[in-house]
Design a protein around this ligand. Structure first.
Ligand code: NAD
Length: 376
């Protein structure tokens, strides 16, 4: 069974889906690893390290696509690549299947078994394979680093003979995986942190990392069985906006991470709220790529509105690509290892298994995922 690892083609993407350490572990399972030349150059892994770990290096991408029984990568494939994939191969990556209907259809047509890492169910057993979480964790850290870097103040309190500087105020909207990491990171740097989330269970988690939870009564909110937020009604969104207005106005940094799975992110920070922030303050819109939580943020860019810097860069974990690669690579290894058929030295696609049921999108010529089928 040949496992092919593709170099990420997306401009500026430095992460790599498989590190040399993971090659070693996969080789121990009996897999034959072939990695694309210069695979790890963005994260500082040399081809020779892959060779030493037991992989072959291929310089012809089409050949690698055509010969691999399993393809590993981070980003979704380009549609024009799909015709080159070996029929029946297993393709594991992010897929964005809610928004990529044509891509999903093309994968089905080519007979690919496409696994979407976004769709791994959020259970205790699957946590070790959950790339969304591992990358979001790093993203939360990166968001604080970027804000600290742009802010015209320091985060901690500082008492010096020249006077006392008050700690900066940070407000985090959405305290899931990325938000909690942002809170913890800002706390470690000495900021005074407040946070809000619509899921009531989060209040305790926020307090446990030392931040204040902003109480806003939105009526019934709750979460799905997978731990995701339920979408708010327009009235609830308005209540939330009003409830957090004062906290935003007095904050030096606002970090927004609010997402509703499979839907456009809600706009929670409106232009008038940005305008009352002090010039020199910073907003990091971690949802910029999925619609944006902040009015005026631009996906992939940094903008300035009334002296307030709004960062909508996206692909946050790419800023710490080496650690991000290591975590993503471990997620992939954990998945392959979990379903590895040791006798046949191959990946066993157990269609009855709940994890596979959740994340397998196409198989044997059809779209097989119930959630995605319902959407199309
Ligand atoms: P996410 O990226 O979908 O959303 C980020 C946060 O935004 C969530 O906490 C959500 O509640 C919040 N949000 C949505 N609308 C909001 C609004 N209007 N205002 C403020 N906040 C809003 O979620 P995530 O961070 O990937 O994960 C959410 C939760 O899922 C985690 O906190 C955890 O409980 C659970 N989870 C479980 C596992 C597991 O068991 N394997 C793995 C990862 C996450």
């Amino acid at each position: 069974m040949q496992i092919g690892v593709l170099k990420e083609a997306f401009p500026g993407e430095n992460r790599v889906s498989v590190t040399p350490d993971t090659v070693k572990k996969l080789a121990k399972l009996g897999a034959e690893l072939v990695v694309e030349a210069a695979l790890g150059e963005g994260s500082g892994f040399e081809d020779q390290e892959y060779v030493d770990a037991g992989a072959a290096v291929a310089s012809n991408r089409s050949d690698l696509l055509a010969k691999s029984d399993i393809i590993l990568r981070i980003r979704k494939p380009e549609t024009d690549e799909i015709g080159h994939l070996k029929q029946g191969c297993i393709h594991i990556s992010y897929l964005d299947p809610f928004n990529e209907g044509d891509l999903v259809d093309a994968l089905a047509k080519q007979g690919i078994s496409a696994i979407s890492l976004e769709m791994i169910p959020r259970t205790t057993l699957s946590q070790k394979m959950d790339a969304l979480s591992s990358q979001a964790n790093l993203a939360g850290y990166v968001a604080v680093m970027m804000a600290a870097n742009r802010l015209n103040r320091i985060l901690p309190m500082m008492m010096t003979p020249a006077g006392t500087l008050k700690p900066a105020k940070v407000f985090v909207i959405g305290a899931g995986v990325a938000g909690l990491q942002a809170i913890a990171t800002a706390k470690r740097l000495g900021a005074k942190v407040t946070a809000f989330d619509t899921r009531p269970v989060v209040a305790e988690q926020v307090r446990s990392v030392g931040a204040k939870f902003l109480e806003i009564d939105l009526g019934e909110t709750g979460q799905t069985k997978d731990g995701y937020a339920k979408e708010l009604t327009p009235e609830q969104v308005e209540k939330q906006r009003q409830g957090q207005k004062a906290a935003i106005a007095e904050s030096d940094v606002v970090i927004t991470t609010a997402q509703v799975f499979g839907r456009k992110a809600p706009v929670l920070v409106t232009r008038d709220m940005v305008e009352v922030m002090q010039p020199g303050s910073v907003i990091v819109d971690m949802a910029a790529e999925t619609g944006g939580n902040v009015e005026g943020s631009v996906a992939g860019e940094e903008t300035v509105v009334n002296g307030v810097t709004i960062i909508g860069q996206g692909n946050w974990s790419n800023n710490v690509s080496r650690d991000a690669s290591q975590m993503y690579s471990s997620n992939l290894y954990n998945m392959l290892n979990e379903f590895w058929d040791k006798e046949n030295k191959s990946f066993a696609l157990d269609r009855e298994n709940d994890i596979i049921k959740g994340c397998l999108i196409t198989h044997a010529g059809a779209v097989v995922n119930e959630t995605i089928k319902r959407r199309s």
